[in-house]
Design a protein around this ligand. Structure first.
Ligand code: CA
Ligand code: CA
Length: 147
């Protein structure tokens, strides 16, 4: 049986659940979270995630606090990439605990659940440094994107 490619990896209901997780997380923080999926990751996964981050215009947030969850489904590659505004405030291990929470779920094939829980944890962590503001703007789309 062929493995599922990025676009058919999640059902419509799962994509909505991920979107809802992002909307819920962004209710608590000015940080912006996105999920992007591909089949294959070219070259170094972190450098590639950085390129995708830029291609999605995620560096254009006012506080430079965008977070990308990047998945290459056929390569089983996964990166959480945060913008410079976050790096200025936290150490390099900021995302490790989120990764560590998600990876066992991914290994168990529970990708949607892993992503939704990771998004929630990211929202909780972002909230400490970038609290939600009354005049919040939804700067980046909450829908899962593909390339
Ligand atoms: Ca926002
Ligand atoms: Ca958003």
């Amino acid at each position: 049986m062929a493995e599922k490619k990025a676009k058919e990896f999640f059902s419509e209901a799962e994509k909505l659940a991920i979107r809802d997780a992002i909307v819920a997380a962004e209710k608590n923080t000015s940080g912006e979270i996105r999920v992007h999926m591909e089949n294959h990751c070219k070259g170094d996964s972190v450098k590639h995630a950085e390129k995708i981050f830029a291609r999605l215009g995620m560096q254009k947030t006012a506080e430079r606090n965008g977070v990308l969850f990047y998945l290459a489904v056929l390569d089983r590659t996964f990166v959480i990439y945060g913008d410079v505004g976050i790096h200025d405030k936290v150490d390099d291990h900021f995302w490790d605990s989120i990764r560590d929470h998600m990876l066992p779920l991914f290994k168990d094939g529970r990708f949607c659940q892993g992503l939704c829980e990771g998004i929630k944890l990211a929202g909780d962590k972002l909230c400490e440094h970038f609290p939600h503001k009354d005049d919040d703007v939804d700067e980046l789309s909450n829908d899962v994107s593909f390339s």
